[in-house]
Design a protein around this ligand. Structure first.
Ligand SMILES: C[S@@+](CC[C@H](N)C(=O)[O-])C[C@H]1O[C@@H](n2cnc3c(N)ncnc32)[C@H](O)[C@@H]1O
Length: 322
């Protein structure tokens, strides 16, 4: 059996019987005024962060969500979109589509503003999306793409790129891991399906995204996720896994490479009112400017003693250079 088939079986089981410990989010569930999330949906929260960010959702976007799970994030997206088929959910597992559909019926009972028709469910594969080219503004996936091996991950990312409109946003939440994963764990299909052994180092994960053509990448959050230790897993070293929230924007690729925001800030503290690098960046005296890593490097290379560049916080929240 291929690891993709094993994955389908794992999520078939998780659809038929909610598994509260599976994936295990480290973020609190978004609670919003007037939003009630059915218990079963909460039990089927198989994500590792959040892909629902209100600031991605201005101007009535068409939203695609791949790998629906119990449907919690689709309900949260619907909270902002509130229109028929405003959110399209795609999943390859029939049982998961059915479970989420039932959860939406329950959500409709608990939320006077919500109608099941706000979510359109489609059977389909992340590797071959049943979606028109350039037809969505926001495409999201939570804790699915980390399962894919490199060639499949490339395919899944390029499918998201294909269906996004120009300037559209791909919002991702996935585990990442800086320790080299032992081969036996990498090839353990069930561990991979459980989002425990496919995690890439953050830089590699970002490179996969920019290689597809996304011109801007924002790292919005990075948090501790799991430990794989020798008592519970076949490893002789302790493996620390984090989870990240990333937004990749389908901007044109700049000639000098993608703008990747990891939460660095530049502050000019010289004697003039401002510092202008004549490359489009103006630093006002003692005012922080969020900068992408490329700009941070260029400013550092100037070797000035009146510009401070902060470390990456991995909590980039918009604005700044580029
Ligand atoms: C780890 S769960 C995450 C569910 C949901 N995103 C959440 O945050 O709760 C992975 C989801 O992807 C679905 N899935 C697995 N393989 C898939 C594929 N090749 N294409 C589309 N969906 C897939 C599973 O059925 C499951 O719903």
């Amino acid at each position: 059996m291929s690891y993709l088939e094993t994955t389908k079986n794992v999520y078939k089981e998780a659809a038929l019987k909610p598994d509260v410990g599976l994936c295990c989010t480290t973020t609190p569930v978004w609670q919003l005024p007037g939003l009630s999330i059915p218990t079963k949906m909460l039990q089927m929260n198989y994500g590792c962060g959040s892909t629902v960010h209100p600031r991605d959702l201005v101007n009535n976007p068409k939203i695609l969500y791949v790998g629906v799970g119990g449907g919690m994030e689709l309900l949260q997206f619907s909270y902002f979109s509130r229109q028929k088929a405003g959110v399209i959910g795609v999943d390859v597992v029939d049982e998961m589509l059915l479970a989420s559909k039932e959860n939406f019926v329950e959500a409709e009972k608990q939320n006077p503003w919500f109608k099941s028709e706000f979510v359109e469910l489609r059977k389909g594969d992340a590797l071959n999306l049943p979606i028109e080219d350039e037809s969505v503004d926001v495409a999201a996936q939570n804790c699915l793409f980390n399962i894919f091996k490199a060639e499949d991950l490339k395919k899944a990312l390029s499918e998201m790129y294909r269906v996004l409109k120009p300037r559209g946003r791909l919002v991702l939440s996935d585990p990442t891991c800086e320790t080299k994963m032992p081969e036996n764990l990498l090839n353990d299909e069930r561990l991979r399906a459980l989002c425990l052994s496919g995690a890439l180092p953050l830089k590699e994960y970002i490179k996969m995204i920019t290689d597809i053509g996304f011109g801007t990448v924002e790292i919005r959050a990075k948090r501790p996720y799991r430990i794989l230790d020798s008592k519970h897993y076949k490893t002789d070293k302790l493996i620390y896994i984090e989870s990240v929230e990333v937004c990749a924007i389908k901007d044109p690729m700049p000639d000098d490479g993608a703008c990747i925001f990891t939460g660095k800030t530049a502050i000019y503290f010289g004697v003039d009112e401002l510092f202008d690098d004549h490359k489009g960046h103006t630093l006002l005296q003692n005012q922080p400017l969020a900068v992408c890593d490329k700009t941070a490097n260029a400013l550092t290379e100037l070797g000035r003693n009146d510009i401070f560049i902060s470390e990456s916080t991995y909590f980039y929240d918009g604005g700044g250079c580029c």
